[in-house]
Design a protein around this ligand. Sequence first.
Ligand code: ZN
Ligand code: ZN
Length: 391
Amino acid sequence: MKRNLLDLAPAEFAGLKFQCSCGKEHSVEIRKILIESGCLKKLPQVIKELGGTRVFLIADENTFSVAGREARELLEQAGIPLHGKVFPGSPTLVPNEFVLGAVLAAMEPEDDFILAVGSGCLNDTAKLLSARTGVPYMIAATAPSMDGYASTVSPMILDGKKITKPAVYPMAILADTAILKDAPMTMLTAGLGDIIGKYTALADWRLSRDINGEYYCEEAVSLMERAVEKCAESAALLKSRDEEAVRYVTEALILSGVAMGLVGNSRPASGAEHHFAHYWEVDFLSRGEEHALHGNSVGAAAVVSASLYELAASELPQGFAPPDKQRILSALQAAGACISPKELGISRALFCESVLHAMEIRERFTILRFLAKKQLLSACATELTNRFYQG
Ligand SMILES: [Zn+2]
Ligand SMILES: [Zn+2]
């Protein structure tokens, strides 16, 4: 049946299957998506519906206190047996060999359902644990900080290096906005940054369609554009933890994962701004230093990427609409999010190097490869370094 994606609420994407105008059959393998105020209460019902009879809960001390303890009580009241692994609250958990080994060791053969309570790290760990054990998992989100909830890959830090491992979808995503709105402010601005980065990601996809004839799905793009636009409009309200603004960001983050699943790659969500963020993260990791949250890097990198489009203006294909840099800047500023690489602690030298080399992270065609092909990249690197690092 032909469905207009724009008519659907995010929750209605769960289990969706349809023939799209782009020629592909799209499907969403997540069985349940809940984004509501107070929906944590529905946890036992969701787990029962999905066939879970013995639950293995993964959390850290912070996420346990904001939602894990209540989750445990709700399951106990509903008569669902559970046990768990709760990591210390500090230092900040990273999805590495230790964390993955610890959950694998704590899991018991009778467990038939994994419940992760948390955000990035715990979700990535549970996703990989589920992929390796074949036991389904769901995530009860505690922060709208990144768009990995609905994705099928796990970015892990293995041997000190960032490696993205193929994993599985969560069976369900439960995002209680009454909990999410109280997440640390940097996580709220990071979520917005990851979303604002879609402006440049989608421009890169369009550019590659126009220049290389790359596959492109209008429906997935309109879906993302509308979700991103809602977040940009309400960005200022994030500062006061407005629950509706937090819901828009959460919806957009989850839809971003859904859109990637629809088209079968990360084009709807990731372009040059993600290559910058990755380049910077890897550099910090190699020096053993902690880097900014992913979404905060992506937001600042979107400003960089939009500036590259500005510099490339006269070279772009006729009629090509570049990302709106002013829109990007004002949304990030309204929420108090990072807008420059300098604010993220990135040195002038690293920044200049990243403009020249971030595109080598992967084959994907973006504004960076476009400029390199036109032999304009080094001039742009000098120009932008001077702009972002003046004084
Ligand atoms: Zn399509
Ligand atoms: Zn991202």
